[in-house]
Design a protein around this ligand. Structure first.
Ligand code: FRU
Length: 460
């Protein structure tokens, strides 16, 4: 309960106060990015789950808004508002619209702990997503189970219906449902018991993407959260085809693919309703370690999603959202350090910035050393040439790592207590949390390397 301002991120989202977990209902409406999130309005720990709410025009500056969907307390039942999604019902298929204005509809899991039950509810908004009214006919999907959650809904333009992807966590399955009005849902198919089944499956989403940006090569990205610190990774994905009814995995059932190889990235879902061509997600950085106060939990940077052909097949690439980049360029000269051909022997201190809120981009010509990379507030982010491993070495000595054939570029986002590392323009990603001492603000390049281009932006 000692305040920890030194660990509150400045360009990653945190609740003004108290606990936060999964991003919910990510939706772009009239030039504004909405972020709803799992929130405990009363305590700095999980509980009283409600949908907190914030909006942003640039994905860096967020405006805090009142709770959008609060828990429902009745004598016999408590209903917690678990994770879900939001859609703009442009054709008013639900009939919830008013005065010719499209309603925003939230589709979420109603968790009823006393009844040990989870079912899917909907709620609608006629004020652009600020306040919601729960539908009188809830639940809209109920299979009478304790674990059945996290509906993610998209509009299938070519089919003309809504598609819901929802998890049966303990059965390692997702189900697909369709609807013409968001109220009545019909089961289409199930997919599961493939990939990584070490942990329960939560927060699924299905997203169409063009491979290598080519509209004639559409594939579907099925992401889902499964795992925690023991499992090592949190978010896995499958690539495949979807015919409007069934998802077919393009890889063998044994293939395990992960969105992020750090211990922290979880419950990410894509944005709905984005302008054509933009595909983006936000994830939650699970606060396993040191408790922060008076807030706990933060979101990742918004990440663009892309599918690329590789030697192993089609794979997911992620980069910090392109819409953020112009903001970096606009920073004043005193907040930027941009240099070409930086020759590093052993260690080069970058003393200009001491805020622990930096955004770094570097392209390398590897030299003779075994390891090269950055030291950020005591944590080492580097590439081990001999083992072909991208790694984060914590002050404690703990290491998070992933195999990468060679590292030519690194993009590193350090924001007080979060660290996101993108290698080779998003080929592999490692995300973690760090809790440096207040006076530990060292920023350095290490190794025997040439940094062909080094850019550091100070976002304090
Ligand atoms: C994932 C999760 C979801 C659930 C929510 C509850 O972190 O467990 O499955 O809807 O959190 O807060």
């Amino acid at each position: 309960t000692t305040p920890t301002p030194q660990w509150r991120p400045v360009y990653h989202f945190t609740a003004p106060k108290n606990w936060l977990n999964d991003p919910n209902g990510l939706i772009y409406l009239d030039g504004v990015y909405h972020l709803y999130y799992q929130h405990n309005p009363y305590e700095n720990k999980w509980g009283h789950m409600s949908w907190g709410h914030a909006t942003s025009k640039d994905l860096l500056h967020w405006k805090h808004l009142p709770i959008a969907i609060p828990e429902i307390e009745r004598a016999d039942t408590t209903t917690w508002i678990f994770s879900g999604s939001a859609v703009e019902d442009k054709k008013n298929t639900s009939g919830f619209g008013k005065n010719g204005k499209a309603p925003v509809v939230a589709i979420y899991t109603a968790d009823q702990p006393k009844q040990q039950k989870e079912s899917q509810f909907i709620a609608y908004s006629n004020d652009g997503g600020l306040t919601y009214t729960n539908y009188a006919g809830n639940p809209v999907v109920d299979v009478h189970k304790k674990d059945f959650r996290d509906p993610n809904v998209i509009w299938l333009e070519d089919k003309g219906y809504w598609l819901m992807t929802v998890a049966l966590p303990t059965e390692h399955k997702v189900q697909f449902y369709k609807s013409s009005n968001l109220k009545e849902w019909e089961l289409l198919s199930e997919f599961g018991n493939q990939g990584d089944t070490r942990k329960i499956w939560e927060c699924p989403s299905l997203t169409p993407l063009y491979v290598d940006g080519d509209p004639s090569k559409k594939k579907w990205l099925l992401m889902l959260s499964s795992g925690n610190q023991d499992a090592g990774t949190g978010l896995q994905y499958f690539i495949g085809d979807f015919d409007g009814k069934t998802f077919t995995n393009a890889n063998s059932p044994e293939t395990q693919l992960f969105v992020d190889y750090g211990h922290t990235f979880y419950a990410a879902i894509p944005y709905n309703n984005l302008p054509a061509g933009q595909q983006m997600m936000i994830g939650w950085l699970m606060p396993f370690e040191t408790p922060t106060y008076p807030w706990r939990g933060q979101m990742s940077i918004a990440r663009d999603l892309a599918l690329k052909s590789t030697q192993e097949g089609v794979r997911l690439y992620q980069q910090p959202a392109a819409v953020i980049r112009p903001l970096l360029d606009k920073l004043p000269a005193s907040k930027k350090f941009i240099k070409q051909g930086v020759v590093v022997k052993d260690k080069l201190l970058l003393n200009a910035f001491k805020s622990n809120a930096s955004w770094i981009k570097a392209t390398f010509t590897p030299g003779t050393g075994e390891e090269f990379g950055f030291i950020l507030a005591g944590t080492t982010v580097g590439y081990n040439v001999k083992n072909s491993e991208l790694f984060i070495r914590h002050i404690s000595g703990d290491v998070e790592k992933v195999k990468v054939q060679s590292v030519k570029s690194l993009e590193i986002l350090l924001d007080k207590s979060s660290l996101e590392v993108f290698a080779n323009d998003g080929e592999k990603v490692l995300t973690t949390l760090v809790f440096p001492e207040k006076n530990n603000t060292e920023l350095a390049v290490f190794g025997n390397v040439v940094v062909d281009k080094l850019s550091v932006w100070d976002l304090q």
